[in-house]
Ligand binder design. Structure first.
Ligand code: ADP
Length: 668
């Protein structure tokens, strides 16, 4: 062996060089690995997700800084602790299971301050046992999910309709309330614009345009809109639309919450109508009071003024003229009061209609006599034409027929300054039977067409200023219409301004089958007994004086009782042919006195004396009260001479008085 040769078994130089190279390579590799590991660890430390490693026992070997940032623990302090000990007890077994099956799991971890942190864990099992994995904080996501599911529960179960659309306004979702109200299910309407199927003919286009504008501008809005259900039933929707924006402020979708406000609107409408009606009634009342006040003050003014003049007057001729004016104004007042009473009775549904046989022509001509006088006084050509085919006797209510005719004829005279007034009573045959056709035509101021329907309403006058110039309270035509309809007929008008007016009343004609009975209240004075002694129970001196004068002028003998007690006393002493009994008297009223007289008669077995009640209570039901108290008849004040004499004559005539009832209201 050469001295230079290394001993056998010793590495030679080549081997040593090779080994050195190898060591150096290994060293460099190790250094690179350590550097890579360090780099990796630094990267892992920067992750926002928790990165962990456990041993096969599940104890922590590694945790990055995110552990501290998420749960608040120092990672070093937690090493060697089981990872599962940081999981809430209820979630632990689920956590273990999914860890071993390598499936992701969401579990609640407990933070250092006892706060709950939702983590989503993904892990993988290492060859040598143990796990390496990541934990992601999903607490915010969970809270949002919770809120969304609560909101969707609310949206599903609320009674309000909820529509969610995308940013173009196309439906994505509707709730049950929407389906219940509209009849549309989500599959029918998904992708449609709500307006394309909910709106209909009555939907307000202006509101629709406003909605489009709000949507285009992406602003919240509320409005009310008439929508239509699937069955095309209209309903009112109170709509509230809110745009939902993403974090960048762009509109993602719109949420529309709608409630059915149909009932609310109906109630509001009813309240509005009721309020308007109340206001209108108030205005009508004010106008009514103003009109009535005017209508009453005008004749009262004449009465008082003419009375003063009559008292001062020395000439008999002058006095007569004043008295005539007083009489005319009294008549006007009486007519107004009768109209008011009639209207109040009509409103209370308390109008009684008579059905008696009467002479039609006599009734018509008698009713029109005073109107004809007034018309001729104004220089008008006044004519009455009666169709020959009209029957002589008819069955009905002569008083109401007179009232209709007088109202129309008086209006014709009132609203005509020159020309004619013509009343035409014609016979016509309608399908339902014979008809009386009354036409009252004039050449007066006429009525504009738009007022034709209104003038038949209460207190309506075409021109309120006519009240001042022509008088009237706007009641006559409403009474005419009511009476015409109550008698089974109708009234209509044809008129134009400046071309006169024609009112036509059509009434069914009924001819009495039996022989005509004499008209009530038509007894003639020639049938009176030779001496008639009457008792007038009246406390008011002026009223007694008027009645006494009318009766004595007609040939009766009159005694007076100034109260009810004196009337009973007088009736006990004298067998009167008739008693006129004022109802309101001091000491004892007329009805008590009547009952007293009837009691006395029953005790003494005497035939009953006719007692006629005189009362200012011209209201429904009072007549019945008088009759129930034992009265034979009833006269409403003011007592007019013809009616007074007719009533008295009818009750005291031989064989006619005593038991019969006779009721007479003051003529209108
Ligand atoms: P009044 O005559 O008391 O005012 P009405 O009810 O009788 O009340 O009539 C109502 C209104 O109808 C009158 O105010 C008048 O404007 C109009 N009118 C009635 N009849 C005539 C007529 N013949 N010519 C013109 N206008 C009339």
């Amino acid at each position: 062996m050469n001295e230079a040769d290394p001993p056998s078994g010793m590495p030679n130089e080549d081997t040593l060089v090779a080994s050195d190279i190898h060591i150096q390579a290994t060293y460099r590799l190790t250094e690179a690995l350590v550097a890579a590991e360090k780099k990796m660890r630094r990267r892992v430390q920067l992750l926002s997700e928790v990165v962990f490693e456990t041993d096969s026992q599940g104890n922590l070997l590694f945790l990055n800084n995110a552990w501290r940032n998420t749960l608040g623990y120092q990672p070093e302090a937690c090493l060697s602790q089981p990872l599962r000990s940081y999981v809430m007890e209820e979630d632990r077994s689920r956590f273990d299971l999914s860890l071993s099956s390598e499936s992701p799991v969401q579990a609640r971890f407990l933070g250092v301050n006892g706060d709950i942190v939702w983590m989503e864990c993904t892990a993988t099992t290492l060859d040598e046992g143990g796990h390496v994995g990541a934990l992601r904080d999903i607490t915010r996501q969970k809270q949002t999910q919770d809120e969304v599911s609560k909101l969707s529960l609310v949206a599903s179960s609320t009674d309000n309709m909820v529509i969610i659309t995308d940013r173009h306004g196309l439906i994505e979702w509707v709730n049950h309330a929407f389906t219940r109200r509209t009849g549309y299910v989500i599959d029918e309407v998904r992708g449609l614009k709500p307006g394309s199927f909910l709106q209909g003919p009555e939907t307000d286009p202006q509101t629709v345009a406003l909605i489009r504008d709000y949507i285009a501008r992406g602003v919240s809005f509320s409005c009310d809109l008439l929508n239509y259900s699937k069955s095309r039933e209209p309903y009112w929707a109170s709509i509230n639309v809110t745009p939902i924006r993403d974090s960048a402020g762009n509109i993602e979708r719109f949420i529309s919450v709608q409630s059915d406000s149909t009932n609310l609107r109906r109630t509001q409408q009813q309240l509005k109508t009721a309020k308007e009606a109340a206001e209108a009634a108030n205005v009508a009342k004010t106008n009514f009071l103003a009109t009535i006040s005017h209508e009453m003050r005008t004749p009262l003014n004449v009465i008082l003024g003419s009375t003063e003049l009559a008292l001062e007057s020395v000439s008999a001729e002058d006095r007569v003229q004043h008295l005539r004016r007083i009489n005319e104004s009294g008549e006007t007042l009486l007519r107004l009061i009768s109209d008011l009473l009639d209207i109040s009775k009509i409103e209370d549904g308390q109008v009684d209609l008579e059905r008696v046989p009467f002479d039609l022509r006599t009734c018509l001509r008698g009713a029109l006599e005073p109107v004809a006088l007034a018309a001729r006084g104004k220089g008008l050509d006044f004519r009455i034409l009666c169709d020959e085919r009209l029957p002589e006797m008819v069955l009905g209510d002569p008083g109401r027929l007179r009232q209709i005719l007088v109202n129309l004829a008086e209006n014709a005279v009132k609203f005509t300054s020159a020309g004619f007034v013509r009343v035409d009573a014609a016979f016509a045959n309608a399908g339902s039977g014979p008809i009386l056709e009354l036409r009252v035509a004039d050449s007066g101021i006429g009525i504009p067409e738009e007022s034709h329907a209104r003038i038949f309403e209460r207190f309506v006058q075409v021109d309120n200023s006519t009240t001042r110039t022509r008088g009237g309270a706007g009641l006559g035509l409403s009474i005419v219409r009511f009476l015409a309809e109550a008698l089974g007929g109708a009234v209509a008008v044809q008129s134009a301004p400046g071309r006169g007016s024609e009112f036509v009343v059509k009434l069914p004609l009924v001819v009495p089958s039996a022989a005509p009975a004499p008209e009530v209240g038509k007894a003639s004075e020639s049938t009176l007994p030779a001496v008639c002694r009457l008792l007038v129970a009246e406390d008011n001196d002026a009223n007694f004086a008027i009645i006494e004068r009318h009766l004595t002028n007609a040939g009766y003998r009159v005694d007076r009782a100034a109260n009810g007690r004196l009337a009973v006393e007088a009736a006990r002493q004298v067998r009167y042919h008739l008693v006129l009994m004022d109802v309101e008297m001091p000491e004892m009223d007329g009805l008590t006195a009547t009952a007293g007289i009837r009691e006395e008669e029953a005790l003494r077995n005497l035939p009953p004396v006719p007692i006629v009640a005189l009362t200012a209570h011209a209201v429904q039901g009072y007549r019945e009260r008088c009759l129930a108290a034992g009265c034979s008849g009833y006269l409403a004040k003011p007592v007019r001479k013809p009616m007074l004499l007719e009533t008295v004559a009818a009750l005291v005539k031989p064989g006619g008085g005593g038991e019969g009832e006779l009721c007479c209201a003051a003529p209108s």
